[in-house]
Design a protein around this ligand. Structure first.
Ligand code: BGC
Length: 428
């Protein structure tokens, strides 16, 4: 089965270039998260003012406009949707009953996706929590683990007829580091390494228990697949001769990559997940102990002169996609979904090149034996990009945030990605 799967990632010649074909069952999708698109939300982000002076309300108002968003997905031609379900909407207190009106809205969303032939991957935690969890110490408090598992057990029972692809935690490393190390997410704490450790450990414990539970419960849609999404960033010294930059790169790798993977996939946790989700954007290079990325105040032009090619957020490193996928599968022996990749820019030609290069690298990894089951482009819509507000344009579909009606329009990038999804190939 595995060999049959990978041998179907094939290359053939066409015109001036090559066509990279993907296996017939490859899941082409896109994704969003509740706080970034829904609006009308009450969690720790509600009053958090981003760098552009705005908050996560009303974001894209997908809380009301999800039927329209599904129509955009149909127009794109995607077959998968990585969507979040917002815990704070569903439980008003520890171990309470699920709010039936909010549940009904999510059920309707799932039914409409099914009617459109789009498979949901449901994410249970994406950087946000109910306020009663935050008031109780958040993920620093081990009691949160049991409360989360209680929520998951109730939600999974309610959704087992509709969902078989589950994702427990999106980027626990980003959540814990931005909240407790660099102070960019609420509660904006800085350099609290022990808190970071506790949060990751507690999330990993909740992940393990949730995976077991979801697999035991099963799904009417078929075999349950469950995993979590690891943000994979490589950390490198810009000048190999700089001992400080090498030290920082080494420590970053230890803290953000190795420690998190050990906690989620180490001894005792190894067999509970059925897949590994990889969010891959690129890499971070350090010079004079500072990360060479636009969000640390460097201009893209200056970085480009240094050979550091970036979108509005990160350094791009398509070649790294191949090596990362290969290394992760060799080590953890789990099938992989690329649960996020995308770029933030208003330069659509740049984004198209970037996607082609990254998908070519992904395809090479598959030809070298990595079982990649699907790819979710981040993101369906321009949306609320956490600490940066609405300035970062990741969408396949644009949202005009200056117009209160929040009109959507297809971007060239949407047409480009849609063609790849429909062809099941890059470069046709
Ligand atoms: C997160 C998304 C975010 C994206 C781009 C990922 O770290 O999961 O929520 O929008 O990166 O920054």
């Amino acid at each position: 089965m595995f060999d049959a799967f990978i041998s179907m990632a094939t290359t053939s010649a066409a015109g001036n270039g090559r066509v990279l074909s993907f296996p017939p069952q490859f899941l082409w999708g896109t994704g969003t998260s509740p706080t970034q698109v829904e609006g009308h939300i009450t969690n720790e982000w509600t009053h958090h003012v981003a760098r552009d002076g705005r908050t996560c309300h009303p974001a894209c108002d997908s809380y009301h406009r999800y039927p329209e968003d599904i129509e955009w997905m149909v127009r794109l031609g995607v077959k998968g949707y990585r969507m979040g379900i917002e815990w704070s909407r569903l439980q008003a207190g520890p171990c309470g009953p699920l709010n039936q009106a909010e549940l009904a809205r999510y059920l309707d969303q799932l039914d409409r996706l099914q009617a459109a032939g789009i498979t949901p991957m449901v994410v249970l935690h994406h950087f946000s929590n109910p306020l009663w969890i935050i008031g109780n110490g958040g993920w620093e408090n081990p009691a949160t683990v049991g409360m989360f598992v209680d929520y998951v057990s109730k939600l999974a029972a309610a959704l087992r007829s509709r969902v078989r692809l589950w994702n427990t935690f999106n980027e626990p490393d980003t959540y814990a580091s931005c909240s407790y190390l660099i102070g960019e997410f609420p509660p904006e704490n800085k350099w609290r390494f022990l808190a970071y450790r506790r949060v990751i450990r507690n999330m990993a414990a909740a992940h393990v228990r949730s995976c077991r539970l979801l697999r035991q419960l099963g799904s009417e849609q078929g075999p349950v697949e469950v995993g979590f999404s690891k943000n994979w960033t490589s950390f490198v010294a810009y000048h190999g001769w700089s001992p400080w930059d090498r030290l920082i790169a080494f420590l970053s790798h230890e803290i953000f990559n190795r420690f998190v993977l050990r906690s989620f996939l180490g001894a005792g946790a190894r067999d509970v997940a059925t897949f590994l989700g990889v969010n891959y954007y690129g890499r971070v290079r350090y010079q004079h102990t500072r990360p060479l990325i636009p969000t640390f105040g460097f201009s893209r032009a200056r970085l480009a002169r240094m050979g550091v090619i970036c979108d509005d957020m990160f350094e791009r490193d398509p070649a790294g996609m191949e090596g990362t996928l290969l290394a992760l599968q060799t080590k953890y022996k789990l099938p992989i979904y690329v649960t996020e990749h995308g770029s933030a820019s208003t330069d659509e030609a740049f984004r198209e090149r970037d996607l082609t290069e990254n998908l070519s690298a992904l395809h090479r990894a598959m030809q070298r034996g990595v079982e990649v089951r699907g790819f979710f482009y981040w993101s369906l819509l321009d949306n609320f990009e956490w600490q940066f507000g609405y300035a970062k344009k990741f969408g396949l579909v644009a949202v005009d945030f200056t117009d209160p009606r929040l009109p959507r329009t297809m971007k060239p990038m949407g047409r480009f990605y849609g063609q790849i999804c429909r062809d099941n190939a890059v470069g046709r």
